[in-house]
Design a binder for this molecule. Structure first.
Ligand code: GRF
Length: 201
């Protein structure tokens, strides 16, 4: 399967995918054909370049409207003909056009146990609420914020001494493994989305 990965930051989830593919290019069942970002100068793009993978940047401020940005992102992504699009720390909500083109083929990873703590600060919000367990969720993207069908989740205990960054780092360790496992399985097995249920074939 052909993957386009979208990033906005450090790209450690992207790196985990790159490493899994490098370790077993045939067996993994998917390869990254391009990495896209909503900003430049981020480590995520450097990781792609180091791996020799084409990149593209699509910034909201370079477009007159949010819809125009969404169309540009859709075109830039479509140029690489992905089977799956992986939003791995991509901090933008994709729009109508993007979902019309790639709906049912876009997955996102989120650092909390959805439906709890959606949005941009999953780890911080869980800590502030005082939950004792949190984790990460890999899910399909729909037109809501972190609301699409859940594919898999991983659990992480909250420690008394945690601050946001310590907790988020522990979540990310589990998150990277989960993402690698889920993307490989989706690519190798194929899948069907039935309502809110994701079935591997
Ligand atoms: C991940 O925890 C992702 O879920 C989130 O931001 C983090 C991205 O990390 N929303 P990285 O860029 O893959 O290192």
């Amino acid at each position: 399967a052909r993957l386009v990965v979208l990033v906005s930051g450090s790209g450690t989830n992207l790196q985990a995918l790159l490493d899994a593919i490098a370790a077993d290019p045939e067996g993994y069942g998917a390869r990254i054909v391009a990495v896209g970002a909503d900003r430049d100068g981020i480590a995520g793009l450097e990781r792609a370049e180091r791996a020799g993978i084409p990149t593209f940047v699509c910034r909201v401020k370079d477009h007159p409207t949010r819809d125009a940005w969404d169309r540009a992102l859709t075109e830039a992504t479509a140029a690489h003909e992905p089977d799956l699009v992986v939003s791995a720390g991509f901090m933008k909500i994709v729009g109508k056009e993007f979902l019309a083109r790639f709906g049912g083929r876009v997955i996102n990873t989120h650092p909390a146990l959805l439906p709890s703590f959606p949005g941009a600060h999953g780890a911080r919000d869980a800590l502030a609420y005082g939950v004792k367990v949190t984790g990460c969720t890999v899910h399909f993207v729909d037109d809501g914020v972190d609301t699409g069908p859940i594919i898999a989740q991983g659990v992480v205990g909250v420690r008394d001494e945690d601050d946001e960054s310590a907790l988020h780092e522990r979540i990310k360790e589990v998150e990277r493994e989960l993402l690698v496992e889920v993307v490989g399985r989706l690519a190798r097995n194929g899948y069907r989305i039935e309502g809110r249920k994701v079935k591997f074939l």
